[in-house]
Design a binder for this molecule. Structure first.
Ligand code: FNR
Length: 377
């Protein structure tokens, strides 16, 4: 099978990863309307084609929060990444490092932050969920500092968890119930089962061993369901900022008013995001909110975005509108499920190639020169 676009990786992942885990990645909340809009709204943004301008010697290199990136993209934090492929977090972090883009490790990752940091040489970004147990947050921040993380991504749009119908229908729970349906899902994916049997990492290393009473998947499930903090406020964000005392990115800002409040916290950047359509179904797509948020921010802080980026053309659109960079979630997860580390590299190669071609056909040689003038009326 020829792998030419992200959708090819998606099809291959669907064949190789047990249905309940593929669906876990490939789903949005409730009707999935916002999930679909995240992707389809990109197509509404038209780029200006320019001709007879020198398109030689192109460069996609730029910075995100002042850190060098080989293209304006970072890997988004995704929980339970090791479900797509054994040691998934380590493989994805290594592929990102080799490609020169930041990897953001989720609080809910299977590999621990120390294990991922030990398997890479460049600093990771670490994503934090605010848990009711503030002591846990504090200790996690200390661990992120000790592991040399160069940015903290604080996610604000998951105070409660929206429902994903596919997960419930598939019986995705911890530990999975074994019945004929789930048994068949595993039995038809022997390659996946084989790599899972080889790895020693069937643990949520940021939590196991660090929280008394969380010793297995069932107790982890119970603990995390109770731990997301419904009372989270902007004061908590300030508290986290003080504890961390390093580059901070606030994730899950979709509303211009929230963006203005975010600036007051002293954050370095925000990510315009609706959690990839996994939380507020019925919200606008992230790309359609980007111009409004940029307008509210007025250049005071960096604005990043995620949700629905599936091509390099989409990256060009987001960058032309004014985002300093984008994040990808599912595109790299498909790559990981399809071909492990090589698949993550492939997803990055595909996006970089598409971005490079698109930028050239817009008459630009340097990604740093891309802007609103590249958007067609
Ligand atoms: C996520 N996302 C997410 N975000 C976060 O801050 N912490 C997390 O642990 C997770 N977990 C997670 C799991 C899976 C399977 C997915 C698909 C997403 C949201 C993620 O960071 C990002 O906002 C979206 O994935 C972006 O949308 P696309 O690129 O997947 O369309």
């Amino acid at each position: 099978m020829k792998i030419l676009e992200i959708n090819d990786l998606k099809r291959l992942a669907q064949k190789r990863v047990p249905k309940m885990f593929f669906d876990y990645a490939d789903s949005g909340s409730f009707t999935e309307g916002t999930y679909r809009a995240n992707e389809s709204d990109f197509e509404k943004i038209k780029l200006r084609q320019r001709v007879a301008v020198d398109m030689s010697n192109r460069s996609l290199a730029t910075t995100m929060i002042g850190q060098d990136v080989s293209m304006p993209l970072a890997i988004a934090p995704t929980g339970s990444t090791g479900m797509q492929h054994a040691d998934g977090e380590i493989l994805a972090a290594q592929a990102s490092e080799e490609f020169g883009v930041p990897y953001t490790l989720s609080t809910m990752s299977i590999c621990s932050l120390e294990d991922v940091a030990a398997a890479t040489t460049k600093p990771l970004w670490f994503q934090l969920y605010v848990m009711k147990d503030r002591d846990f947050n504090k200790r996690l921040i200390e661990r992120a500092k000790a592991a040399g993380c160069s940015a903290l991504v604080l996610t604000l749009d998951l105070q409660i968890l929206a429902q994903r119908h596919k997960d419930l229908r598939n019986g995705l729970k911890a530990p999975p119930e074994i019945n004929l349906n789930t048994f068949l899902q595993f039995a038809t994916r022997p390659r996946w089962c084989w790599q899972m049997l080889q790895t020693k990492r069937h643990q949520f290393g940021n939590i196991y061993g660090h929280i008394k009473d969380v010793t297995d998947l069932a107790s982890l499930h119970e603990w995390s369901a109770k731990q997301f903090d419904e009372t989270l406020s902007w004061q908590d964000v300030e508290w986290i900022k003080e504890q961390w005392d390093g580059p901070l990115i606030l994730k899950g800002i979709l509303d211009p008013e929230d963006a203005q409040i975010a600036i007051k916290t002293g954050t370095d950047a925000i990510i315009v995001s609706n959690h990839g359509g996994r939380q507020l179904d019925g919200a606008h797509s992230a790309i359609s909110m980007l111009p409004r948020v940029l307008d509210a921010v007025q250049g005071d802080i960096e604005v990043h975005m995620d949700g629905g980026v599936r091509t390099g053309i989409d990256i060009m659109r987001a960058r032309a509108l004014g985002a300093q960079g984008v994040y990808i979630g599912r595109p790299y997860l498909y790559g990981l499920g399809a071909m492990g580390k090589q698949g993550v590299t492939k997803s990055l190669e595909i996006l970089a190639k598409e971005l490079d071609t698109t930028m050239a056909l817009c008459g630009e040689r340097d990604i740093n020169d891309v802007g609103l003038h590249n958007i067609a009326e």
